[in-house]
Design a protein around this ligand. Sequence first.
Ligand SMILES: Cc1ncc(COP(=O)(O)O)c(C=O)c1O
Length: 431
Amino acid sequence: MTAFGKEFREKYFPTGPQTVPINHGSYGLVPTPVIKKFHEHLDEDLAFPDKYIVFDYTPQLKANIARVAQLVDADPLDLVFCNNASTGVNTVLRSYPFQKGDKILMPSTVYDACGNTVKFLKNRYGIEILTLDLPYPLSDDEVVSKFKEVFEAEESNGNPVKLALFDTVVSMPGLRIPFERLIKLCKDHNVLSMVDGAHSIGLVKLSLKTLEPDFYTTNLHKWLYVPRGCALLYVNKKHHRSIHTFPVSHSYLADDEPLEETLEQSRLVDRFAFVGSSSFASFVSAIDAIEFRENVCGGEDAIADYCLRTAKEGGAKIAELWGTKVLENKEGSLTTSMVNVEAPIPSDLKEDFLRLCKTPKFVEKMRAYVDRIQVEEFHTYLPCCYHNGALWCRFSAQVYVDVDDFVYAANSFRKAFNRYLESDTFKVLLN
Ligand SMILES: Cc1ncc(COP(=O)(O)O)c(C=O)c1O
């Protein structure tokens, strides 16, 4: 077997010799054999759509859902595919029958697109938003206690929280949160759980049968190596009637529309099988990606072990190189395949730079400058964000990455970042 790291990348990934991919967390990267299968599915559809869509697609879809169900330990009748985690979250939040004044709790680290969906509910339907500040590094106990405090405070006010939206792994900085414990906490407090597991399948172990959240979505196009446009939405059986497709389509049924017993069981999956013309090639590439992971990578555990080891080793090495630190808590539970290292800001500029980070759009504009140099000159891309008084760079380990790639990306980032700090664009802000 080809060893993981650069050699594995050259053999199985389409990157080419120049690019150093260190940002799997944003859009994933698909192995060449899976891309080939994806193209075959697309060709099969495009060659004879009447045959493919009417007859061949549905059995393929069901087989793919059944295979993915094994991986997340779920009943396939509780799972549907959608295009991405944003759609998963929107599908739930925009069809659940909320009442004006219902409270939705979300952490300050919520993914902004999903946070905006909640804002939409506030503006359109009068939902009340509670935002929980989570300044990391926090221990798992601290995170759970903070949610608990809000649930208890709102219960004692007589208007309890209706739904909590939280991640499995926060996007930026990339941090695992104790989502299993939060799901349990929600159950104990009769709060609906909407888990944004955009980063979860292929990254963290999951048993939806054990966890039984109310709603859970996860991207297959991030950590599972499926081409973009493929996510899973889990809906707990108690909500099958109230969750409707997004867009509402041919298959719509009112919440209270009765069905005979066997159709009732597949009520959710039948509704979601076709919600408008599209290409379904990524949905039916899930098995191909899972087979690549099993047959070529050696299985989920081999992938997880290598990525975690590389993230920890790489993170520590970069922190040493930069003279900074890794964002980690006392349990060491924040790092997954993603690890965050504090960026190297020269000491004479640090105070001013961090002050500017708190001003609107500064980080966004700085990143636009730095990221372009990283991509165009160094053929890599290390994302950074401001969080709790520091600038953090998020490195993603993967089977095609080794610690030398971390070093290359870190050195490239530092050069690009220093160029920004020396630029007139930055200097003018200091005056
Ligand atoms: C935590 C989190 N939620 C949701 C999303 C949205 O995923 P998508 O763009 O596939 O909808 C992302 C994307 O990076 C994410 O990191």
